[in-house]
Write a protein that binds this ligand. Structure first.
Ligand SMILES: C[S@@+](CC[C@H](N)C(=O)[O-])C[C@H]1O[C@@H](n2cnc3c(N)ncnc32)[C@H](O)[C@@H]1O
Length: 217
């Protein structure tokens, strides 16, 4: 408990210097493998034939591109959105962007952005929780309306037992709230994870994560 409180204080303090905070995160995680939720979603599209290629995706909170690159390598056309200019610059400087890649970037807060539409996939790895609770419902609606019928959302959301619970700039869900959120979708992957481990920047925390891939029908 004491460790949790200390961690929260450190987190709120660090959060005030957003730019350097994310810069470190990008240099530590940028070249890591794509997220499992994204890989699963891409595979789901490969097993279907009713949606025509080329596929369009939005990568919300793209960071320096660990998922964006995977989409591009799979010939997806990608709109990568992030509020941090360092993320967008880092992504566009990557040398592993394929030669004929179709990539567009938008540097903006996603809750203030009108998404391109219709798209086949909205991918948002570890970014949607970073929105204040009063902005989340409209953001979720914006995501769902940007999806084509048969399109998918791949994302992580945080649960109430996460160490960061209580941060007013973030959104957390109980199990039943998540179920209500996903009610109108065909849930293809749902994994609830709880573990104590370090953040990419080296802070210990309790993670309570919902990993989700769901299809609009
Ligand atoms: C934890 S990182 C995840 C990056 C990448 N998706 C990944 O899986 O490694 C969260 C990213 O979301 C971006 N972000 C956070 N809140 C945002 C918002 N409201 N609008 C746009 N981008 C946001 C941050 O700048 C950061 O690049």
């Amino acid at each position: 408990m004491f460790e949790k409180i200390i961690h929260k204080i450190l987190f709120f303090k660090k959060d005030s210097s957003m730019n350097s905070k994310w810069k470190n995160y990008y240099s530590i995680t940028g070249n890591r493998k794509p997220r499992e939720t994204l890989k699963f979603a891409i595979k789901q599209f490969e097993t279907e034939t009713f949606l025509a290629e080329p596929y369009d995706a939005i990568d919300l909170g793209c960071g320096s591109g660990r998922d964006t690159i995977e989409l591009l390598l799979n010939q997806w056309r990608v709109t990568a959105i992030d509020s941090e200019i360092t993320a967008i610059e880092g992504l566009m400087q990557r040398t592993d962007i394929p030669a004929k890649a179709s990539i567009r970037t938008i540097c903006s807060r996603f809750e203030e952005t009108l998404f391109p539409s219709p798209v086949h996939l909205v991918n948002s790895s570890f970014a949607l929780p970073l929105v204040p609770p009063n902005k989340f419902p409209a953001l979720w609606e914006n995501i769902l309306s940007s999806l084509i019928t048969g399109g998918r959302i791949a994302c992580q959301l945080y649960g109430e037992r996460d160490s960061w619970f209580g941060n007013p700039r973030m959104t957390f869900f109980s199990h039943s709230e998540i179920m209500a959120l996903l009610k109108s979708l065909n849930v293809e992957l749902f994994r609830e994870e709880e573990e104590d481990s370090k953040t990419p920047r080296g802070y210990y925390k309790h993670w309570h994560i919902f990993h989700i891939v769901a299809q609009k029908f």
